[in-house]
Every structure is written in C-alpha cells, then in structure tokens.
Ligand binder design. Structure first.
Ligand SMILES: O=C(O)CCC(=O)C(=O)O
Length: 275
C-alpha cells in the first residue's frame, strides 16, 4: 500500500526535520515484532550494552540486511519505504536497522547527536538519509522517549566528538557541546511521546537524543535507517552500498506470524559488551 503523504506532512518534515505517523504498525504487528525480539536467539547473541555518562546502559543490536524476521521486514514494508521515499524525494535503500532497549529504571541516556554525524564518516557525501523509529513499548518522557530539536536539521552537519565523562573517561559520541548549547536556545526540544506502533520519521541531520529511563516501564524501540540511492558511500566501511529494497507486502508481519532471523542479517557488534 502506498500511503500518500499530504503537503502538510511534507512541509512539516522539511520545516521541522521530523513527522510522527500514529498507528503505522497495528497492535498485532507490534505483538509479533515484540515476541520475535524477545525470543530470537540471534537478537540475544548480538545485544550489546551502550553506556551513558552515568554508567546506565541501553541494550542495542544492529544489522545491515533487513531480512524476513518479524522485526527486520518492517524496514521493507511498502507503507514504511514509500513514506521515506516521499520524504527524501527519491528511491532509498536500507542502511541498517537496530533495536534500542531501555530497561525499566536502568536504561541509559543518548547524548544529542545527528545520525549523519556518524554516517558522514562512512563516506556519504550528502545528508540525504533518514531514520524511522517505531515505538515497541509506550514511549514517554519518564521512560526516556526520543527527543528532537525541532528544525535543527537546517543547521547542517555538526562535528561529533567523544564526550568526556566526569571521571575523565571517554563516553558516547555526541555532537559538539558548544553547538548543542546554542542549538538548544534556538530550537524547541520536543519529547516525541508515542504509543506502540507510532512511528517517528526524522532527517539524518535532526539533532536527537533521549533521557535515562527513570520509570518502571520498559522502553524498547525499533529503528530503520535509509540512504538515498544516489548517495552511495565513496569509501568501504561496514555500511552497505546501494542495493534495491525488495519491498514487502504490508500484511507480511501478520500473515507470517512470529518469524526469527535466518542468519542473513549481517548483525553488527560495534559496541563493547559489559563484563
Ligand atoms: O533509542 C534512543 O533513545 C536513541 C537512539 C538513537 O538516537 C540512535 O540510535 O541514533
């Protein structure tokens, strides 16, 4: 199915750097995705801790091939890819997908960053890239929902550095702190509160981050990231070159029940596992 975005959606994305599509995934789809994420041994095997400055961690797992699992195929669904292509105004290909899982009371924060702040270093010349965050659990301020600085994609790419923790150790990679300080004075900080199935579409240069999970509610999210077909990286990294997306029917996740990865996902394990 093609969901035709209206002019307002496109304008909002261009002006604000994000839009939220409520209920893009229905309750049964989210149930199947959640069951697959919670029980697929491949997910357990590739989950890694990503510490924040206070030592709280978010579990994360990332893969390059969308595949056919309930959680992976979402990145290939017509209803998702067609929206991304309308927003970036050209054909896109799958860059990577990931899960970010904040446990109740323990899940850590993500420093302000731009995804293109990282992807620039993977040889993509243009910021014609974006992400889609699908809420698996209800996401609110208290459990560390994603925050965006509205309209901050207009700033352009900001240098990213490793944050120095209070004890002097190097922490997460984040956008230059001086620029963030100024960006926060000029761009509204939006807490993207979402119900399961709601999906946030945001530009590669939109500054975003999230707070620690201080609540008793878990906060899991699934992220699909895309590059424009014309923006093939000019260097070789772990990220993929252009490969057409084989779009999947919107009913795939329901029709196929709970499906696990088959090993073709090319899971990335770039984070340090906690001992
Ligand atoms: O899960 C989150 O709160 C943030 C994830 C994020 O910003 C990212 O993966 O780039």
């Amino acid at each position: 199915m093609t969901i035709n975005l209206n002019e307002e959606d496109k304008k909002n994305f261009n002006d604000d750097g994000y839009i939220i599509k409520k209920g893009l995934f229905n309750a049964k789809e989210i149930e199947n995705i959640m069951k697959a994420l919670e029980s697929d041994p491949l997910i357990k095997e590739h989950m890694f801790d990503r510490d924040d400055s206070d030592g709280n961690s978010t579990l994360s797992v990332q893969w390059n091939n969308p595949g056919n699992s309930s959680y992976g195929v979402g990145a290939r669904l017509n209803k998702v890819v067609n929206i991304v292509e309308q927003l970036l105004e050209e054909e896109v290909y799958h860059w990577h997908s990931k899960v970010t899982a904040k446990a109740a009371r323990e899940g850590g924060a993500w420093e302000w960053h731009q995804d293109y702040g990282y992807w620039y270093n993977h040889g993509c010349l243009y910021p014609k890239m974006m992400s889609v965050m699908v809420a698996i659990d209800k996401s609110v301020k208290d459990n560390g929902c994603l925050q965006v600085l509205k309209g901050s994609h207009h700033i352009g790419r900001i240098d990213h550095i490793k944050k120095v923790k209070e004890n002097g150790d190097l922490g997460q990679i984040c956008a230059d702190q001086e620029r963030i300080k100024w960006a926060e004075t000029r761009h509204e900080n939006i807490y993207c509160e979402m119900e399961p199935g709601d999906s946030l579409f945001f530009h590669g240069n939109t500054l975003h981050g999230s707070g620690a999970n201080k609540s008793d509610m878990r906060r899991w999210a699934l992220l699909f990231c895309y590059n424009s077909a014309s923006n093939n990286p000019f260097i070789e990294t772990h990220q993929p070159y252009y490969k057409p997306i084989i779009k999947a029917d919107d009913n795939y996740i329901i029709d196929n029940g709970v499906t696990f990865g088959d090993g073709s996902e090319n899971f990335q394990s770039t984070y340090t596992k906690k001992s």
